[in-house]
Design a protein around this ligand. Sequence first.
Ligand code: HEM
Length: 125
Amino acid sequence: MTVKKRPKHLDLPKIRLPMPGFVSILHRISGAGMFLFLPVLLYLLQLSLGSPESFEDFRAIVAHPLSKLVLLGLLWALLHHLCAGIRFLALDLHLGIGLKQARHSSAAVLVVSLALTLILGVKLW
Ligand code: HEM
């Protein structure tokens, strides 16, 4: 019996991920990122609600450009995760599962989430 040699593509940098795969990876990264930042966000919430003095501390922290950059990243994470999550739920209902439609919807997730991040980010910065 001959054993068929299957091609192995375990060299990660050489793997060309299709766009739906890219969106899927970003969905996981954004979900994990938001989860990891929950303590920071809860701390900021506590500062903002604690007292007038702690509210001033909160304002000083979020006014720092580095904090704004992190918050912008978290905003993108939420918007990407939201858009990709809705896409996954639609796929679970067997909506848009054709290859062409799946490619289009993954491109739409990337464009819409980046556009919303830009619009909201400019307003909030
Ligand atoms: C904004 C509304 C949200 C929607 C519509 C949504 C939707 C989803 C969906 C559908 C999945 C399952 C994806 C799959 O089938 O593999 C998922 C996974 C996940 N979500 Fe969300 N989610 C939302 C918000 C959040 C938030 C706020 C967090 C974190 C604080 C979060 C963290 C995660 C994580 C860690 C996973 C597992 C990712 C993985 O292992 O691939 N999600 N989400």
